[in-house]
Write a protein that binds this ligand. Structure first.
Ligand code: DQA
Length: 151
């Protein structure tokens, strides 16, 4: 069961960026732990700071993979184009945030992508990703038009 973890802008700096909010661990390091903890999921990881590249990646995997865990970073709050891409693909997307976006500035309370995601997880630190993967592992998610392939 193929699952993509897709990280958006500035998340390549996890471990060095605003450590009091995002922690001191790099995502590459945490990803190794996730792979050990979810041996039955075929996990892959991709990060980009560029909106169009994130959209290309959603298109690339969004008709064959079983799930996408998306932390769109600041694009969460602004991107009509990413929300349209989530709408356009078959693969279910779970929105994640490391920080509790509702406990932060008002502009972070709005998610453009949440209405098109299966669900949203916010505020559990890097564990937000683990919780999203547990959903995919346990719930065997379905989306209309999905399931006609063996990914
Ligand atoms: C974030 C929250 C966003 O508001 C912010 O722009 C990020 C990270 C999070 O994981 O907490 O870049 O998505």
């Amino acid at each position: 069961m193929k699952i993509l973890i897709l990280n958006g802008p500035n998340l390549n700096l996890l471990g060095t960026r605003e450590k009091s909010i995002y922690g001191s661990r790099s995502f590459e390091d945490y990803f190794e732990e996730l792979k050990e903890n979810f041996p039955d999921l075929e996990l892959s990881y991709f990060q980009s700071n560029t909106e169009g590249i994130l959209i290309d990646k959603l298109h690339e995997v969004g008709f064959t993979y079983k799930g996408i865990v998306l932390n769109a970073g600041a694009y969460t709050h602004t991107s009509v184009a990413i929300s349209d891409a989530i709408k356009a693909i078959d693969t279910p997307v779970v929105e994640v945030h490391i920080s509790n976006v509702f406990a932060r500035e008002a502009f972070r309370h709005k998610s453009m992508i949440a209405p098109y995601c299966t669900g949203s997880i916010s505020g559990f630190g890097l564990d937000s990703y683990r919780l999203a993967l547990q959903y995919f592992e346990r719930m065997k998610p379905k989306k209309i038009g999905f399931g006609s392939n063996n990914a």
